[in-house]
Design a protein around this ligand. Structure first.
Ligand SMILES: C[S@@+](CC[C@H](N)C(=O)[O-])C[C@H]1O[C@@H](n2cnc3c(N)ncnc32)[C@H](O)[C@@H]1O
Length: 286
């Protein structure tokens, strides 16, 4: 009898751990758990996902470029870039002459992205920074993307508001919405496609919302910010970002990174080129 109770208890604990850590990737344990798990899996992420370059070309990069119309040199923000999937797909397109700023909160995922994006030099800037508060002014980007991530955030609606804020009027937003059994196993973190579409149209005021079949687990979503501002164009990071510690625009390049003239914070650049905004904020807070 004691053994039966012990076995039932072990099965219940094992099941709970599997659900919390594997099936739902830490989302019910908080942001720290999600990022810890991505750090842990960063070295195996690409092997697990097995993204195919030809598919990424046809199903990801080309449909985006078609929707960017004549803006072939846009400034792009990819939020939660992971190992750099979206920047790589765009930068490999011969017709793409833009620049990309890509951020993520997993430093180890960014280290993998840095290796893969190294051949593209300063056309891709990698920032260790959370999605929740974006260190950019309103309307700073022509294209904002956030793929396969909204379900892992603690406040997806607030992040969506941030993505729309930094998009210029007339700019393109590209998202994914999780579907299938896994989506149903993440209550409170996923939206039905109908609810997601209404959220983008009615709450965020976006135009031309398209929710299209894409992958088994996701639909892809394209939407426009109403209005028609002049394209931002392929500007370097220096021209658009703000100090991650105090949000001032006074960042000047120094030997190993940038210094904010307003609050004196040093934002270092790691040996792999990743910009250490999280470290800068932490050191400033001490
Ligand atoms: C499933 S991966 C998707 C990566 C990439 N967009 C892709 O399509 O391959 C989710 C990513 O979200 C990142 N992430 C999760 N929560 C985040 C947050 N609050 N801020 C920034 N990145 C976050 C994780 O570190 C991970 O790299």
């Amino acid at each position: 009898m004691t053994w039966l109770i012990f076995l039932a208890l072990a099965a219940a604990i094992g099941g709970a751990l599997w659900y919390l850590l594997i099936k739902t990737e830490g989302i019910y344990l908080g942001r720290g758990a999600v990022i810890w798990l991505y750090d842990l899996y960063a070295g195996r992420y690409d092997a697990i996902k097995q993204y195919d370059a030809a598919d990424e070309d046809v199903y990801l990069a080309q449909p985006i470029l078609e929707r960017l119309d004549c803006a072939r040199a846009p400034l792009v923000l990819d939020v939660a870039t992971g190992t750099g999937r979206l920047p790589l797909a765009l930068l490999e397109q011969p017709g793409f002459q833009g620049r990309i700023i890509a951020l993520d909160l997993s430093r180890k995922m960014l280290a993998r992205a840095a290796e893969k994006l190294a051949p593209f030099g300063d056309r891709a800037a990698l920032l260790h920074h959370p999605a929740e508060t974006l260190p950019f002014p309103d309307g700073a980007f022509d294209l904002v993307t956030c793929l396969e991530t909204l379900e892992f955030l603690m406040g997806a609606r607030a992040v969506l508001g941030e993505l729309v804020r930094v998009l210029r009027p007339g700019g393109l937003l590209v998202l994914t919405n999780r579907q299938g059994l896994d989506a149903r196993l993440m209550p409170g973190h996923t939206f039905t496609h109908e609810v997601f579409e209404r959220l983008l149209r009615d709450d965020l005021g976006l135009d031309r919302v398209e929710v299209l079949p894409w992958q088994l687990d996701y639909r892809i979503v394209y939407a426009r910010k109403p209005g028609d501002a002049v394209p931002v164009g392929a500007r370097p990071l220096e021209e658009v970002w703000r100090c991650p510690a105090c949000a001032a625009v006074d960042l000047v390049p120094v030997r190993d990174g940038w210094r904010c003239l307003a609050c004196e914070t040093l934002v270092p650049r790691g040996a792999d080129g990743v910009i250490e905004a999280v470290r800068a904020r932490r050191e400033r807070a001490r």
